[in-house]
Design a protein around this ligand. Structure first.
Ligand code: CU
Ligand code: ZN
Length: 205
């Protein structure tokens, strides 16, 4: 009789153990239980994380390709009106120079060919910066003065530092000649190149 009692007790514990295991597995499948308040909190933190991950500022240091002496800096700042572009370049021939964002952030070839074509995610035609139909990367021309110094300032609504039109990781290309906004080849050789990288908004100077 005593022996049977022990078996009953052990069997009882075994059943209890299995039941606890099953319940635990089910709760794992359902995921941690969260009240509406917990949902709201995690939603807010996701949104905050999204905001923090958004790029607000970017920089490209432009250097001469081959024997060209172009040298300078281009900054991109995300604003409510678009991306504010500011460039200061030196070492240019006086006059207009095609100024674009090309699709690849690769300046490693002397002729700049590995930067690819104008950044064109919408499969549009080449144009000027104010054209309705233009490549996203069509920023027009940058004009150098008699000393070879050029500045560029524009707030552009087509390029972005985030999403499908993001220019991060692509390249700024400066050309030998003026872009006529009609043909891609009008701007001639690629003489300067700079990779666009994410920058610290606190480091704007
Ligand atoms: Cu170009
Ligand atoms: Zn173009």
């Amino acid at each position: 009789m005593r022996h049977r009692t022990w078996i009953a007790v052990i069997a009882g514990f075994a059943v209890l153990f299995v039941a606890v295991q099953i319940q635990h597995a089910q709760s794992q499948e359902r995921g941690p239980r969260r009240g509406p308040r917990a949902e709201a909190r995690s939603g807010a933190s996701l949104e905050m994380r999204g905001e923090m991950n958004k790029v607000g500022f970017a920089v490209a240091m432009v250097r001469g390709l081959g024997d060209h002496k172009v040298n300078g800096k281009v900054t991109f700042k995300q604003t409510d009106d678009g991306v504010e572009i500011n460039a200061e370049l030196d070492g240019l021939q006086p006059g207009e120079h095609g100024f674009h964002v090309h699709e690849f952030g690769d300046c490693s070839m002397e002729d700049g060919k590995c930067a690819g074509a104008h950044f064109n995610p919408t499969k549009a035609d080449h144009g000027g910066p104010d054209s309705k139909n233009r490549h996203v990367g069509d920023l027009g021309n940058i004009k150098a003065d008699g000393q070879g110094h050029a500045t560029y300032n524009r707030t552009d609504k087509m390029i972005s530092l985030n999403g499908a039109h993001s220019i991060i990781g692509r390249a700024v290309i400066v050309h030998a000649k003026e872009d006529d906004f009609k043909t891609v080849t009008s701007a001639g050789d690629r003489i300067g190149c700079g990779v666009i990288g994410i920058a610290d908004p606190k480091m704007q100077h």
